[in-house]
Write a protein that binds this ligand. Structure first.
Ligand code: UTP
Length: 319
């Protein structure tokens, strides 16, 4: 029996330079996909996977994240007085009862490895999940996210697990890549013998790229403690993961659903479109707009499937 995964680290101290000027005074993680900040999707994914302790690694200009997860007493009281009960429960469920939240600071954005290391004391000697909030995933099974499946794999094997997506060879040099010894994923997983950071397409050991979700044993914290800064003066996590793969073994879990890089302007727009199209209120209206603009072929059942406007929505029909 392995120690259960109770804690999740969410690093949110990055600069978000790819999203300037939007991220000049607002954290990238607070950008909204449909009606929720990106960071809230990651917290919901963690809670759905059984996590009960959320650790944010924050930095300068990130107080909006703390405010979002704080109790907004005055707002809740005002809404209660106005009988807006649906909105009250929406706010109260941002952090459900029984979930604890911790904040620690990364003084300087010295890379993902360093951000994780900053949470060392709060993590302690137990396995933990790591979620990069701007990397969103979606699949049809179970909770609709990958972390729960990854935790199940950890519980079965006791080994660290990383989420991966299959990416075209020509794009592989943007990613950390899994070395699965030439094999393929069976039942969505395979043992990993090592990792290579941003290899050229010719040298990449596979098409499986690391994508934003990890379940890690605490050994990684000791390795990060002794890791020297690499490219750009940052402490990356991939080298430490490589060492774990050699020492303890590692698994890759394949996301065969969808993945959205919301740290990138194109990925962010696609995520908004995709999640909007999952929403029964928004989807037919968006579809109608796209059809009216000649952006997609006309589907005649669009109007008949349109739902009544919910009481909480103030918007009118898009035309
Ligand atoms: P990114 O690789 O997307 O980096 O970080 P970034 O700095 O936020 O964005 P760009 O590339 O400049 O546009 C992935 C996650 O890791 C966090 C980020 O906040 C983001 O949630 N991160 C990154 C840290 O917490 N600290 C760091 O030093 C780097």
């Amino acid at each position: 029996m392995h120690k259960p995964i109770r804690k999740a680290v969410l690093p949110v101290a990055g600069l978000g330079t790819r999203f300037l000027p939007a991220t000049k005074a607002m954290p990238k993680e607070m950008l909204t996909v449909v009606d929720k900040p990106i960071i809230q999707y990651a917290v919901e994914e963690a809670i759905a996977a059984g996590i009960t302790e959320i650790i944010f690694v924050t930095g300068r200009e990130k107080s909006a994240i703390e405010n979002h997860f704080d109790i907004s007493y005055e707002l809740i009281e005002t809404l209660k007085k106005r009988g807006k009960n649906e909105e009250v429960s929406l706010l109260q469920n941002i952090i459900p009862d029984g979930i604890r939240v911790y904040y620690t600071r990364q003084g300087e954005p010295k890379g993902l490895g360093h951000a994780v290391w900053c949470a060392k004391e709060i993590i302690g000697d137990e396995p933990f999940a790591l979620l990069l909030p701007d990397d969103m995933n979606w699949h049809k099974k179970g909770t609709g996210h990958c972390l729960k499946e990854m935790c199940n794999l950890y519980n079965e094997t006791g080994k660290s697990v990383v989420l991966s997506s299959s990416v075209p060879r020509q794009h592989i040099s943007k990613y950390g890549v899994l070395d699965v010894n030439g094999s393929s994923m069976v039942n969505n997983h395979a043992p990993v013998q090592g990792f290579v950071e941003k290899p050229s397409p010719e040298k990449a050991p596979s098409n499986y790229a690391i994508t934003g979700r990890y379940v890690l044993t605490p050994r990684i914290l000791d390795i990060l403690e002794n890791t020297e800064p690499g490219h750009g003066g940052e402490i990356q996590i991939t080298d430490a993961m490589h060492q774990i793969a050699k020492e303890e073994g590692f698994y890759g879990y394949l996301n065969d659903g969808k993945r959205f890089d919301c740290g990138d302007k194109v990925g962010f727009q696609i995520a908004n479109l995709f999640f909007a199209m999952q929403d029964p209120y928004i989807a037919p209206r968006l579809q109608m707009f796209l059809e009216n603009q000649g952006m997609v072929p006309v589907q005649s059942d669009c109007i008949s499937t349109m739902q009544e406007e919910p009481a909480t929505t103030k918007s009118t029909l898009i035309n």
